[in-house]
Design a protein around this ligand. Structure first.
Ligand code: MN
Length: 151
């Protein structure tokens, strides 16, 4: 839980902040992912949003998922690629990524450095949906997508 003080200092290690806990991305076994941490930077009942920082270790990836809520993402560390809908994009520092409602999405880090990104979401939001066999079959019709996704 982020501090409510006016300023929270970045810790000396970088990409962590005082009083901001480094959390598991999701409960282990809840969904497929590899080497991702989550930090909640801002959560305040007066603001109907949460601002999180996710870090994907080299070679890691987030869950392939979709949901009605949207994500506004900015990369602040490292490089990687993301799937949004049926497009795969290389991503790097200060790129903005918009994930629209019900668009399949997944983020992957390169093999040699972590990928860190800020992600803004509604505080109240629907639960992510994982792809079923029919969804995967449909996603894999596109060779670039087939090559990219990890499930
Ligand atoms: Mn998502």
């Amino acid at each position: 839980m982020a501090a409510t003080r006016a300023k929270t200092k970045r810790s000396a290690r970088g990409y962590t902040w005082e009083d901001v806990e480094v959390l598991a991305y999701k409960a282990e076994g809840a969904a497929p992912f590899k080497d991702v941490t989550r930090q909640v930077l801002f959560r305040d009942p007066h603001l109907a949003a949460e601002w999180r920082y996710f870090e994907v270790a080299p070679g890691g990836h987030t869950t392939l998922e979709r949901h009605r809520h949207v994500h506004a993402v900015m990369v602040i560390r490292g490089r990687g690629a993301c799937l949004v809908g049926d497009e795969v994009h290389p991503i790097g520092p200060h790129d903005l990524i918009t994930v629209p409602p019900l668009a399949w999405h997944q983020f992957r880090a390169t093999q040699n450095e972590p990928l860190g990104f800020l992600c803004l979401v509604n505080a109240e939001r629907d639960r992510p949906e994982l792809p079923g066999p029919a969804d995967l079959q449909s996603l894999r019709q596109n060779p670039r997508v087939a090559d990219f996704i990890r499930v």
